[in-house]
Design a protein around this ligand. Structure first.
Ligand SMILES: [Zn+2]
Ligand SMILES: [Zn+2]
Length: 745
């Protein structure tokens, strides 16, 4: 039986307490030797009778580790006395950037232990939990390469760090009230308020209805109690946007319908925001006017301590930035940018190196890939070349592929303003440096005017990398599979091969050879982007004529504006043509009066989705056509049907009318989904491909997604989605990498 060896373990092995874990097993099993991080792997030299049991134990790793491979080589020489943890050394760094880990149970107990030295300490952590990516300046992950380097450990922390029997043995983020970062309370102008207990005072201020900016792990949140939600919306000028909340576990069960899958996510070390149905769709209306609400549980010691002091069980916790802009991270910047929006700041002096918003999940699908999940690493073979995917324009992130791994950054935002572009560039620089990447290929969106496209071109000019443009909706499909498939992409808008605005597309083939074989009927967007903001324009574009005209007139459109709209559509001037799924849903939301102006991303379609469950769907006839040899689904016919039902609701008494409107919303979604599925099923038959893939932001809509799934599987076809990446545009940078990698092989 083997009794010695060098064990090489590859995977996510840094920042997850791997070395202390190995040490503890070695001590248990009487193993002599050493363990060290070499950047890409953990290297263990081990001698002992129980080598085989030891190998078995370390091969499983600690809970947060992700192990790709375990290899055993011969080891030379004689064993050292005992077992030692050696210093980390550099090396190839293939994708080993640990994400944040929510406070573990033991640390939560520590902060409430009145006898312990961590009692009440807001930044308590251990090898199993705490900040990671947000504090990392360089790899390997050691304190000297994090923003914790500015806080030399006190003797007590140093002793725990060195004590192999302690949970904080080699915990790089170890800190206590004596040596660690401190919290401060500032007034609205950024002046420090002397306070012995900033958390206690912050809790009182919140209970009193004040609005606070709270600096967390990856940036600032705006926080207030439910009663102050209206005031916060007013100050931010975002009267309709739903806010996410942080709640106690009891409040969670009282207000929302939590599925088993949701609960597993909520309580996981990621602790993301979960978008879940409310128990009563009309409750918490000031926080969210949808039938759903985004909830998270406390995930840092600061949150736990705050909730222990608060008398309210629910806090609004929304990222302190304009939608689509980067999260505010520095205290000075926060004071400058949030002046007028907040009454107080609860901040600290631990620098945030890498910003990180909260991750958002719905029905097991990632909406925002960020804290706790990203940097997200996927093992995939895309060849030997190093690839950068710079993402699209909205809800963007970046992906770097090198040496068998694709690493996707946390959420970046809408790359359509200078601060977000700068953040994109910084992220490319930082993740690239962590991974030692030298780009051979840069993949970007087909849209020539996107800031991300221009950035890709400039970077390619500087580095000599090859450029690969990838059409938006094909990148969506590539993020799911490279195998032969019928790809359905349903989303807002993306630039098509023909320069038109695509968004309801059916492809056939396999990456990088996907033919557009069918799509939603193209309809005009009068005024281009203006039709996105004001969906009644979209409605008129789809259904021009007297009926829509008099509806808009009755809603206060003046004759001049109506005349302009009419001429735009009639002469096709100032009109973009689109096959977008989102825009059609917007138009119906506008028709039903659910949403006449879009004030945040996806609002009209989300309002329509919220209305639908109050009614029931009925089957409408579907009409198909062809255009340039491609099959199309007539969205005009569906909208016309919806409109004729809508006009019949005018005379109904109010409760009946509401139910009828909800029925139209439900029917429209259902029939649209059936039509899209029918296009895919026909394509599957024609091309002899039995697998159908679904992606795109509209697929977050549960009713639409499930109808498509049922139709596809009901036709005996295989239905595929990729829950590892967002269904929306957060999957594009990864899809771009996959596309470029597959092309080059
Ligand atoms: Zn812990
Ligand atoms: Zn200390």
């Amino acid at each position: 039986m083997r009794s010695r060896g060098r064990i090489l373990i590859r995977g996510i092995v840094q920042g997850v307490g791997f070395r202390p874990f190995v040490y503890a097993r070695a001590v248990e099993l009487g193993i002599q030797g050493t363990v060290r991080n070499t950047g890409s792997q953990v290297e263990i030299d081990a001698w002992g009778e129980q080598f085989v049991s030891f190998l078995d134990a370390v091969s499983r790793g600690p809970p947060m580790a992700r192990i790709d491979s375990v290899q055993v080589e011969p080891v030379e020489g004689s064993p050292p006395p005992g077992f030692t943890i050696l210093r980390s050394t550099g090396g190839a760094l293939s994708g080993l950037i640990p994400p944040e880990i929510a406070t573990c149970r033991e640390c939560t107990e520590d902060i409430f232990d009145s006898e312990g030295r961590y009692h009440g300490y807001w930044a308590t952590s251990c090898v199993n939990c705490g900040p990671r990516y947000s504090i990392i300046r360089g790899l390997p992950y050691d304190r000297e390469r994090t923003s914790m380097a500015e806080f030399p450990t006190c003797p007590a922390c140093a002793a725990e760090y060195a004590d192999p029997s302690c949970r904080r043995h080699h915990a790089q983020s170890i800190a206590c009230p004596v040596c660690g970062p401190q919290l401060y309370l500032l007034d609205a102008t950024g002046q420090p308020l002397p306070s012995a207990n900033p958390i206690g005072e912050a809790a009182e201020l919140l209970d009193d209805g004040r609005i606070l900016a709270i600096r967390g792990i990856g940036g600032f949140h705006l926080a207030c109690v439910e009663e102050s939600a209206g005031e916060l919306k007013c100050r931010l000028g975002r009267t309709e946007q739903p806010f996410a909340v942080m709640v106690t576990p009891e409040e969670l069960d009282r207000t929302t319908c939590v599925s088993e899958e949701d609960r597993a996510w909520l309580e996981s070390p990621v602790r993301p925001i979960l978008v879940m149905p409310k128990q009563d769709p009309d409750s918490l209306a000031a926080v969210s006017n949808l039938h759903t609400i985004g909830c998270m549980l406390p995930y840092t010691p600061l949150h736990h301590l705050l909730f222990a002091r608060l008398s309210h069980p629910l806090l609004i916790m929304t990222s302190a930035n304009r939608p689509g802009y980067p999260m505010v991270t520095d205290t000075e910047e926060a004071v400058e940018k949030l002046a007028g929006s907040v009454d107080f700041f609860l901040t600290h002096n631990r620098p945030i190196v890498n910003r990180c918003d909260d991750s958002v999940i719905r029905d097991g699908f990632i909406i925002r890939l960020s804290r706790g999940i990203a940097p997200k690493r996927t093992r995939i073979d895309l060849g030997s070349r190093c690839i950068l995917g710079v993402g699209p324009e909205l809800n963007s992130n970046i992906t770097v592929y090198a040496g068998g791994f694709a690493v996707t950054s946390p959420h970046i935002g809408h790359v359509r303003n200078p601060p977000t572009l700068t953040y994109l560039q910084e992220t490319v620089e930082r993740i690239g440096r962590f991974l030692g990447a030298r780009y051979d290929v840069i993949a970007h969106d087909l849209h020539p005017q996107f800031l991300s496209t221009r950035f890709a071109r400039e970077l390619a000019a500087d580095t000599g990398a090859a450029l690969v443009p990838v059409q938006h909706h094909r990148a969506h499909v590539a993020a799911v599979t490279t195998g032969p498939c019928i790809g359905i992409t349903i989303d807002g808008v993306g630039y098509g091969d023909d320069g038109h605005v695509w968004g309801g597309e059916i492809f056939a083939g396999s990456v990088p050879d996907l033919d557009r074989v069918a799509h939603l009927e193209e309809v005009p967007m009068p005024g281009g982007d203006a039709a996105t903001r004001f969906p009644e324009r979209m409605l008129y574009g789809i259904l021009p004529g007297d009926g829509t005209r008099s509806l808009l007139a009755a809603r206060g459109w003046d004759e001049i504006a109506l005349g302009v709209l009419e001429r735009q559509v009639e002469r096709s001037v100032g009109v973009a043509w689109t096959s977008s799924t989102g825009r059609v849903l917007d138009a119906v939301a506008a028709m039903l009066g659910t949403c006449r102006e879009r004030t945040y991303d996806g609002e009209p379609a989300m309002r329509l989705e919220s209305l639908a469950p109050r009614g029931s769907a009925r089957e409408w006839p579907l009409e198909f056509g062809t255009r340039a040899g491609r099959r199309t689904l007539s969205t005009r016919a569906l909208t016309r049907r919806a409109f004729s039902e809508f006009t019949r609701t005018a005379d109904l008494p109010l409760p009946d009318r509401e139910k009828a409107l909800a029925g139209i919303a439900a029917s429209f979604q259902d029939n649209l989904a059936r039509g899209i599925a029918a296009l895919a099923i026909t394509a599957a038959g024609e091309h002899g491909i039995p697998t159908v893939v679904l992606s795109g932001g509209v697929a977050y809509n549960r009713a639409i997604r499930e109808t498509i799934r049922q139709e596809i599987t009901g036709a005996g076809l295989t239905f595929l989605m990729n829950p590892e990446y967002p269904l929306g545009d957060g999957c594009i940078s990864y899809g771009q990498c996959v596309w470029a990698g597959t092309m080059n092989r």
